[in-house]
Design a protein around this ligand. Structure first.
Ligand code: BGP
Length: 466
């Protein structure tokens, strides 16, 4: 890989930090939601998580030893603004200043996500992302982060995966605020997120901050199970609703006409002002990159089963078998495909095809792979964590990125999910992703997995031997 290609790994504040009520931090929606019995796997929560808040120096030192060139982490909004807006918590800023400085001390490029789902509870109680005031509060939070960290941070992601927190928040109820079947609310919240993103991008550019800003979406390219016309239609429809709706307003500055028409017909089109639509239009060219979180493709076919909206609960996020929100198509498992223990399809081929799909629609926009990895229950043999399955997964996907780059797709970096084992939102600590193991039976002690040494070698050789 070229020398300026970044090899990194990622995390998110709620999933690693812990210290949920320390040093002036306010409550997040996840602090509250995860404590409602039955909402998460075995009622796990991020109160302690893997204690990154107190052990970040040890963790960054391990990342440096692995040769990591960049660390993607997120900022907990309620740590910086305990009430979402109003007074800044200086102690919160101090933690991220220290974290950033620690990265730089080890020559690790900090790649900062502003919003990875932990919304201040005070804002959730006022309507969360349905309320346009949350957009104003986000812009203030973003501005505070740019001002406080912009002298050292050169890479900014505004939002992580709008489709997930909006759909699980308003369609299936599996994430906060736990609402089921509010289809209009789902589309409305996505629109507010795109507006919040666009305003933050415009502010970043107008104020002359140095560096790059973009947004990260989950990328689930849809493929028909066969060539039947009705299933090909399902594929087109799925890509329009799950990819184009999310990427077009950011990169083209307008919503995809096919989805707009469909939503209008059903009375589901979000409320949008001309001013907001203008903002999307004029900021489209200001995005420096798009972040992709890729784990699996969707295999789709025409839906012929009953529409069950509340499908998502613990262990089921991403598992095929549910009809789409509008009942037009459904996702299915296929006999000739390979799946993880959580039934997520493993397909580097679909990843490569998907990157080409994006290139065809959005041209040469710079892409960072901001997440990719294998959730597994790692085998322990004689005290060593022998995560060969993770190595195989990541190897296949880095190879796909290599091919994409060779074929002219503009990919500038790859971030494995995750740097260290962490809390999975709905799957507790059992579903591991890290290069660094965390021993929950032994005071959260860190240990290097087999994949740690493997990734170190990949980075050192710039993946030339793959
Ligand atoms: C992405 C999220 C991450 C992470 C990952 C794995 O959608 O951005 O935060 O959780 O998925 O998901 P899970 O923990 O459900 O396996």
């Amino acid at each position: 890989m070229p020398n300026n290609f970044l090899f990194g790994a990622a995390s998110a504040s709620y999933q690693v930090e812990g210290a949920w009520n320390e040093d002036g931090k306010g409550l997040s929606n996840w602090d509250v939601f995860s404590k409602i019995p039955g909402k998460t796997f075995e009622d796990t929560n991020g109160d302690v998580a893997v204690d990154h808040y107190h052990r970040y120096k040890e963790d960054i030192a391990l990342m440096a030893e692995m040769g990591l060139e960049s660390y993607r982490f997120s900022i907990s909004w309620p740590r910086v603004f305990p009430n979402g807006t109003g007074e800044v918590n200086e102690k919160g800023l101090e933690f991220y200043n220290n974290l950033i400085d620690e990265c730089l001390k080890h020559n690790i490029v900090p790649f900062v996500t502003l919003y990875h789902w932990d919304l201040p509870q005070a804002l959730e109680e006022k309507g969360g992302w349905k309320n346009p005031e949350t957009v104003d509060a986000f812009v203030r939070f973003a501005d505070t982060c740019f001002q406080s960290f912009g002298d050292r941070v050169r890479h900014w992601i505004t939002f992580n995966e709008a489709v997930i927190f909006c759909s699980l928040g308003y369609l299936t109820g599996a994430h906060p605020p736990g609402i089921e079947g509010d289809v209009k609310g789902y589309f409305q919240t996505t629109h507010h997120v795109f507006v919040a993103h666009a305003r933050a991008v415009e502010l970043f550019k107008q104020n002359g901050y140095v560096g790059e800003i973009g947004i990260t979406h989950v990328f689930n390219p849809a493929f028909s199970i066969d060539d039947a016309e009705e299933n090909k239609f399902a594929e087109m429809h799925a890509n329009a609703y799950s990819t184009h709706w999310f990427y077009d307003p950011i990169l083209k500055g307008e919503y995809p006409a096919y989805v707009v028409k469909g939503l209008e017909e059903q009375g589901l089109l979000p409320d949008m002002t001309d001013e907001e639509l203008d903002l999307l239009k004029r900021t489209a060219s200001m995005n420096d990159f798009i972040g992709l979180n890729y784990y699996s493709p969707q295999r789709v076919m025409k839906n012929d089963s009953a529409l069950v909206m509340a499908g998502g609960r613990e262990n089921s996020t991403g598992r095929p078998g549910n009809p789409s929100f509008d009942g037009v198509y459904k996702t299915v498992m296929m006999d000739d495909k390979v799946y993880t223990k959580w039934a997520w399809e493993i397909s580097p081929e679909a990843f490569l095809d998907g990157m080409h799909m994006l290139k065809d629609r959005y041209g040469d926009v710079k892409i960072y792979i901001t997440e990719n990895g294998l959730g597994d229950v790692d085998p322990i043999v004689d005290g060593e964590i022998v995560d060969d399955a993770r190595i195989e997964y990541i190897e296949g996907h880095i190879r796909a990125v290599k091919h994409a780059v060779e074929q002219g797709v503009n990919v500038a970096g790859y971030y494995a999910w995750s740097a260290i084992d962490l809390l999975s939102w709905l799957n507790g600590y059992k579903k591991q992703y890290g290069f660094i193991y965390v021993d929950h039976a032994n005071g959260l002690a860190r240990k290097k997995k087999k994949s740690f040494y493997w990734y170190k070698d990949i980075i050192a050789t710039r993946a030339e031997n793959l």
